[in-house]
Design a binder for this molecule. Sequence first.
Ligand SMILES: [Mg+2]
Length: 357
Amino acid sequence: MYRIILHVDMDSFFASVEQCKNPDLRGLAVVVGSDPKQGKGRGVVSTCSYKARSFGIHSGMPISRAYRLCQDAVFLPVNMPLYQEVSCRIMKILRSFTDKFQQVSVDEAFLDISDRAQDYKEAVQLAGQIKSMIRGREELTCSIGIAPVKSVAKIASDLNKPDGMTVVEPDNVVKFLKPLNVRKLSGIGKKHEEILTGMGIDTLGQLACFDKDKLIEIFGKWGSKMQRLALGLDDSEVKESLEIGSVSREHTFDKDTDDPVVLIKTLDMISEKVHKSLVHKGYSFSTVSVKVRFEDFTTFTRAKTLSFSSQDQDIIKRVSNELSSKFFNKRKIRLLGIKLSNLKKSKMIQTTFDYFL
Ligand SMILES: [Mg+2]
């Protein structure tokens, strides 16, 4: 028996929530990002409205470049508490459709509705209900992919944005994947794409029939996994994970710097911010990652995982210092960031401790 899996992805979520809050922004080029300063800031675009996209603006782009592409755009700072609040309500709606539910990020989730829908026709009806419920309650649109496996559902949800619905029935999976660019597969980034292109592989169809041993030789285990995914083979289950994403904070300097005193002071300031957010959400972490971006935009990340879960601010400071100090005294630094992941609800940690005491 095949499964029926939905991947629900909100459309330009941050920007759309801002437009909901302030309807005057509807139809305008809205750019949400770090350190926007009306387009004069030094941060990066996190999400932008579809109008903004029509000017060539996209996420990950420096705010300054977005400003050059569209000076009339409205630049807004990231208001995470607001997006979290809306996200909670949307996830509650999605949860009401199935027990097999997996939230992937603030605006994305998988639903296994095999028990709820007889066939793909019914699945489309359910997906329609989900869309209209979200639109009715939150005035937001989402795009939905429907497929027998998670990886294909995820690709499908991205194909007809915004407000799209793409159905890939089991018999159609191979045909559907064949012409798509390898980048469509989540897990294949820019670097892997370059390597694959060098091997003459541009599409998932070409990846699917490439010499498997050669792929393993170059990519290791991931080589055979990516080939399986290119064939639409993915047995991963839709299941709620205990891990709840991550919390992170970044700081872009007004002026690039290599002054160690400024760098360490800034790192401490970010530690405090990220710690505050962690405690506010009631989580503990076991992984600390740092991000260092140099003046030429080359970016490095380093991570360390502890053997225990913690809420200790001093640990965040110490580990982030240790991880990033290797990058000091090299070139001028533009941005520093800290991310805490492998999060657990701290109540659960408490219980574990009680148990061992
Ligand atoms: Mg989205």
